[in-house]
Design a protein around this ligand. Sequence first.
Ligand code: ADP
Ligand code: MG
Length: 321
Amino acid sequence: MTSVSEIEIIDALKLKTFDHHYQNIIQGIGDDGAITSIDPDYHLVTTTDAISEGVHYPKGIEAKAIGHRCLAVNLSDMAAMGAKPLWASLVFSRPSIDQLWLEQFISGFSELANKNNVTLIGGDTISGPELFSVTLQGIVPKNKSIRRSTAKIGNLVYVTGFLGNASQGLKIIQEDRQNSSSEQLIQDFLYPNPRLKESRAISQFATSMIDISDGFYSDLQKVMKASNVGAEIKISDLPISESLPNKMPRVDAVNVARFGGDDYELCFTIPREFKKDFLEEYQSTDRIGITCVGEIKEKNLLLLDDNNKEFKLSGRAFERF
Ligand code: ADP
Ligand code: MG
């Protein structure tokens, strides 16, 4: 196992994540600080999210998935703000690094960065416990960012993609039950797909948006709290992928969809009067499916069953502490 020096790590990262055009980078990796500029018509949006072994991903998963993940979670936050990501900084901490591990980590990070025209402009490299922290900066036209705090009563609540796949994939990895039929769920956990393309259409119409990282139920409540509203959600409308209900009773699948974290889908609210225009715009190019799951109400989170009766909760939301 060949160990790699700090300079080799930085050089390898720099080589694979090249400067893209029109990025307004005056100084990238190589000085004490990076220098960038933004146009006066834009606001700068900054997100930071760190992932660590044993907390955000299980020990022993492939290095490519870790490189992908530390950027993906930030891209997902950027998508939820309605912003365009541009520049990333990476704090890279690991007890020791061998060449192959590093190459795989960088391929996961750089493939996702290059796909989204994101340039790595700096960071820090330390020998320590395994942890990766990315700060991502992006731009949004002035006053066009989408917040959590602006959902309005009567708005429709939508989510992208499917809910619950990633947490189920994680469970399968943790219990070491991988087989050919669990492939998709495992991929959904290992390689979350930040919904930037979707965000571009959604942010033209949405009143509020959040990305689903802790679980639909828990993240929707953050929107409700910030916007000082409630919501009514129809349980049978939650988008559950084919691969879930075949393997578990419907009620368990619904629980996974409500409470399972790590999906990195978007949850957003659309005024009813924009519904038609929004759907037309959203469906004008190839984007992941979306589902209307309910409506913003005055207060409380009410879950409705097929007969529009209250659906009683069991289980609890994901909590980190
Ligand atoms: P300094 O000692 O001045 O902080 P470093 O030797 O730590 O500088 O880093 C040199 C250059 O490499 C800086 O531009 C820094 O931002 C960049 N850099 C260091 N580690 C990383 C990393 N993990 N990812 C990207 N850039 C990095
Ligand atoms: Mg340093």
